[in-house]
Design a protein around this ligand. Structure first.
Ligand SMILES: Cc1ncc(COP(=O)(O)O)c(C=O)c1O
Length: 391
């Protein structure tokens, strides 16, 4: 078998187009997004194109997915004393961004899709709850019908963490266009990449303006792109989460390739699933909208942790990207979360054994990366290895 392509979908599609785009910025000697000797406006172009792609009114490019979450939360006015409901299964940045804003992440169970269990969100709502953060985990959407319904009924803000699911849809609508704000990452493991980078999306002009402030020292720039001594009551303290023109030069080209990347991953994933047939000891994890899945990951749930681990080990030996998500630990087990001041001050009732279902499910889950560059042979070996481990 030819070596399995490493699990970097967007990065492996980089070619002369990205190189030319970056060169253009360098030749113009204008790597800063707001002004320079000969602007080529890559960041502005990316924002316009990304807003069109997600089908929202506004997009703000930022320096990372984490920055997108922090900027999004600050735009929503989330801060000290506020609670944000976050799934117990996610990358640390989702909960970390809430803590960074001085608010408290409250963890909710996931369901068999490994995304937040909409049925379990309601029991976590308190008078302090301001927002829900659905995380579209593993290239696919959460159960958005139910989550939108809860957000509307309880008048809660919604920030979607779309870091892992750029281009995914739910009932034909792109993730990142449901909530009050959406947050995207273009880190190297993501569907499209700029190395590091991110974007905030919203349909609300006021939130967009607040996001612009939140990503740029709390201020708005003048027509020439300079930060003045702004005395507006709307100004607030924030720091620098800006994207630069070199990053945006890559982002513009990567975005133009996203359709191709997703269609290839979808095709390969469908072919794996079709050939797996009926499994006895593994289940394919639930997908709330199969049509809208980007195909980025195949997630299997084993009946035992041992079986999950041995599949991961064998797939890795063959060169596939396979892992028990986050080592099988709910995000609140991260030392950084538990050691944070806010978490330490949480009442004891919320401190331990918060989400037993998640704690049982995660260690039995196997997350496999699907590459747009898989050949039929890769698909075949992947299928055979899973079937062998199902015995
Ligand atoms: C669910 C989730 N949220 C947020 C992030 C943070 O993105 P970044 O690494 O670009 O800061 C990531 C990935 O890294 C992620 O997987």
């Amino acid at each position: 078998m030819k070596p399995v392509p490493p699990d970097f979908p967007g990065a492996l599609m980089i070619n002369d187009q990205e190189i030319e785009s970056v060169t253009e910025v360098l030749k113009a000697r204008s790597p800063f997004r707001f002004y320079g000797p000969n602007m080529v406006w890559k960041t502005k172009t990316f924002e316009e194109n990304f807003a069109k792609f997600i089908e929202v009114k506004h997009c703000l490019a930022v320096s990372s997915g984490t920055a997108a979450l922090v900027v999004g939360l600050r735009a929503l006015g989330i801060g000290l004393g506020d609670e944000v409901i976050v799934p117990a299964n996610t990358f640390i940045a989702s909960a970390g961004a809430v803590l960074e804003c001085g608010a408290t992440p409250i963890f909710a169970e996931i369901d068999e899709s490994l995304t937040i269990d909409a049925e379990k969100v309601e029991e976590k709502i308190t008078p302090q709850t301001r927002a829900i953060m659905p995380v579209h985990f593993g290239g696919k959407s959460c159960n958005m019908d139910k989550l939108m319904n809860i957000s509307e009924r309880y008048d809660l803000l919604m920030i979607e963490d779309c870091a892992q699911a750029c281009g995914a849809t739910f009932r034909g609508r792109k993730v990142g266009s449901f909530g009050h704000v959406g947050a995207f990452s273009f880190q190297i493991n993501k569907i499209i990449t700029t190395g590091d980078g991110g974007a905030v999306t919203t349909n609300n002009s006021e939130l967009y303006t607040r996001a612009v402030r939140a990503h740029d020292h709390g201020c708005l720039r003048d027509e020439d792109g300079h930060l003045g001594l702004e005395q507006s009551p709307e100004a607030f303290f924030s720091t620098n989460y800006r994207m630069n023109e070199l990053t945006a030069a890559v982002a513009v080209v990567q975005l133009s390739k996203i359709g191709l990347i997703i269609s290839r991953m979808k095709l390969r994933k469908a072919s794996v699933i079709e050939n797996l047939g009926t499994l006895r000891n593994f289940k394919i994890s639930k997908i709330w909208d199969k049509e809208g899945d980007t195909g980025r990951n195949l997630i299997l749930i084993a009946n035992t942790q041992e079986r999950a681990l041995s599949l991961v080990k064998e797939l890795r030996e063959l060169g596939f990207s396979a892992a028990i998500p986050y080592g099988g630990y709910a995000v609140y087990f991260h030392r950084q979360i538990r050691e944070s001041k806010i978490w330490k001050n949480l009442p004891r009732r919320t401190a331990f054994k918060l989400c037993p279902y998640t704690e049982d499910l995660l260690p039995r889950s196997v997350m496999i990366g699907i590459s747009p560059l898989f050949t039929e042979e890769h698909v075949d070996v992947l299928v055979r290895t899973i079937v062998k481990n199902d015995k």
